[in-house]
Write a protein that binds this ligand. Sequence first.
Ligand code: ZN
Length: 97
Amino acid sequence: MPIRNSILDEVQYQVSRYLSQHGEALACSCQRCQDDVVALAASQLPTRYSTSFQGHFLIGVELQSKQVQLDILQAILTAIETVNRSPRHDPNRGVCL
Ligand SMILES: [Zn+2]
């Protein structure tokens, strides 16, 4: 099994879930901007690597705790604000694909 960063998996999941419910939160919905939100949010959180299915599962349980979920949501909201202020897609195209 490859080394996985469980936080990244969780952030990816939470960002897509959040944006499916609050699509207007992100000024641009292109893949680049969504990826930037995931990358920014994940880099604010402590990385949790796992090398086995068991480790991945145990970290997954830990990630479901209320405090960790709040930390993840806060990081995602901060990342959305950052991307909205300065989207990194090509400004001449307005919205990138
Ligand atoms: Zn964009």
